[in-house]
Write a protein that binds this ligand. Structure first.
Ligand code: GLY
Length: 374
């Protein structure tokens, strides 16, 4: 699809700015994996809530290697990937896809090295161990009765592992998780609940809930972005049209509810939010919509998703959001939110916001394609 030359130039300028910010980050704080800034600085003693962000630093380094072809970025990416390798066996989080897809999977796609692929497969298998047979979902890091919408972003690595090792049971686990999430967390209007609570004995679904949104029945914007991206991934991995249809309903809801800028608040339903923007949701949505544009067969819909993604990117490249005119700010994208209720990373840069912005920029300039689930 056609992209205006002026926007391509803006994307390239933003990528140069991002390279400078990342060079500073790894020189100023060697071997440190940040999660969110505090007053624009990556180091602080703030709580993490859960530990899920290492892959986003590695992923940004791989994307910059891809963009610049410079070995320096490749060496840095490999160094940071090696530091996080032990997480492949981490059974305490539901984030093995967030951890290993932007990092080791990008490494494998570029190198084709079997040892690198083995790490991605092991991470996918570890993720599969979270399966709750009775409720048919992969449990969140909080407890066995909890299912999060975010886990849809970690399902691609489970499908991938299952396919590589020809494990039918692991494939079934991944499919079940998507179907359960679709049934209980995606609502009739395409909005999503953040969390579902189940009876672990019977497997019965009990209620919708939220951790990072406003209310159990409201719509947390980043969860919506995870859903539209994650169900698109599930479709790319399986070819099951139900998942494409769900991804599209989630995308349509995002588009219908968001102001013309393309950047939502933390939760669309919260009255009088303290901050107007959750820019990381917009970055995730932009990248996910670019995937959907290449996945959905309907040309009109594809153009709509592509056009809306470009609108989000135009907005995020404005100095209101891009930190290029904010001296001393260490992140790339400002006005993100991590956890509003816990007051963690509110109106700050967040590692996944920076990563998904870069991913979207490389798609817009044609350097990378949508999803490679093979
Ligand atoms: N833990 C995923 C998120 O905060 O969106």
């Amino acid at each position: 699809m056609v992209v205006d030359e002026q926007l391509i130039t803006k994307c390239r300028t933003a990528l140069s700015f991002a390279a400078g910010q990342l060079r500073h980050l790894i020189r100023a704080y060697p071997d440190f994996f940040p999660m969110y800034t505090h007053a624009g600085k990556w180091t602080h003693g703030g709580e993490v809530w859960t530990n899920w962000c290492e892959g986003f630093l590695c992923g940004q380094l791989w994307l910059l290697h891809r963009y610049t072809r410079e070995d320096w970025w490749r060496e840095r990416a490999i160094h940071y990937c090696r530091l996080m390798e032990p997480r492949k066996a981490d059974r305490n989080v539901h984030d093995l896809g967030f951890l290993f897809w932007p990092s080791w999977k990008r490494w494998y796609d570029l190198s084709g090295e079997q040892d690198v692929k083995n790490v991605v497969v092991e991470a996918g298998r570890t993720m599969g161990l979270r399966y709750q047979e009775r409720g048919r979902y992969l449990q969140s890091f909080l407890s066995a009765d909890s299912l999060f919408i975010d886990i849809m972003m970690n399902i691609g690595i489970v499908f991938y592992a299952a396919r590589q090792i020809n494990d039918e049971n692991l494939w079934r686990v991944a499919c079940d998780h998507c179907l359960t999430t679709r049934r209980f967390l995606v609502r009739g209007d395409g909005s999503t609940a953040h969390e579902g609570i189940f009876d672990t004995q019977s497997g019965e679904f009990i209620r919708q809930s939220t951790q990072q949104g406003w209310r159990p029945d409201s719509s947390w914007a980043r969860g919506q972005a995870w859903a539209l991206y994650g169900f698109g991934t599930a479709y790319a991995c399986t070819g099951d049209a139900h998942f494409l249809q769900t991804a599209q309903s989630c995308a349509d809801y995002y588009i219908e509810r968001t102001p013309v800028s393309g950047v939502p608040p933390n939760d669309w339903d919260e009255p009088h939010p303290a901050h107007p923007y959750e820019s990381s949701a917009a970055a995730v949505a932009a990248s996910g919509l670019l995937n959907l544009a290449s996945l959905c067969g309907d040309v009109t819909q594809a153009q709509r998703y592509h056009g809306y993604a470009l609108r989000i990117i135009e907005t995020l490249l404005d100095p209101l959001f891009l930190a290029s005119n904010t001296p001393g700010w260490e992140g790339i994208l400002m006005h993100g939110v991590y956890h509003e209720r816990k007051h963690l990373g509110v109106d700050e840069s967040v590692m996944w916001g920076d990563y998904f912005l870069l991913e979207a920029l490389l798609k817009v300039i044609g350097e990378i394609k949508g999803l490679d689930c093979t």
